[in-house]
Write a protein of this length. Structure first.
Length: 103
């Protein structure tokens, strides 16, 4: 397991979900864009000071950044859910109730 790569991938995932570009994140931290790229590509760790800034800017806790669980792609998740619901009417009803509750 390469923790630098995992950390970089997770940072990239969170940054993109928050719709922040590498350029903007680098600007807010006060470092070069290439440094963000190197962190996201697993070449470097962020310094402790920059890590604090990243957490603050992205408004996350350390455990969120260091949670390396892997999820399937959006399309794969949809396909899996669709196939499961197609075969199970009770699951479809349950998912619909959940959908109504959270929309």
């Amino acid at each position: 397991m390469n923790i630098k790569k995992l950390l970089g991938q997770r940072l990239k995932e969170i940054r993109k979900n928050k719709k922040i570009t590498q350029e903007r994140l680098a600007e807010l931290i006060g470092i070069d864009t290439s440094s963000i790229s190197h962190i996201e590509n697993g070449k470097y760790y962020p310094t402790a000071e920059n890590l604090d800034k990243i957490l603050e800017i992205l408004d996350i806790k350390p455990n969120e950044l260091f949670s390396f669980e892997s999820y399937a792609s959006h399309e794969n998740l949809l396909n899996e859910m669709y196939e499961s619901m197609k075969q199970n009417a009770e699951l479809t009803k349950l998912m619909y109730k959940f959908y109504i509750a959270v929309k």
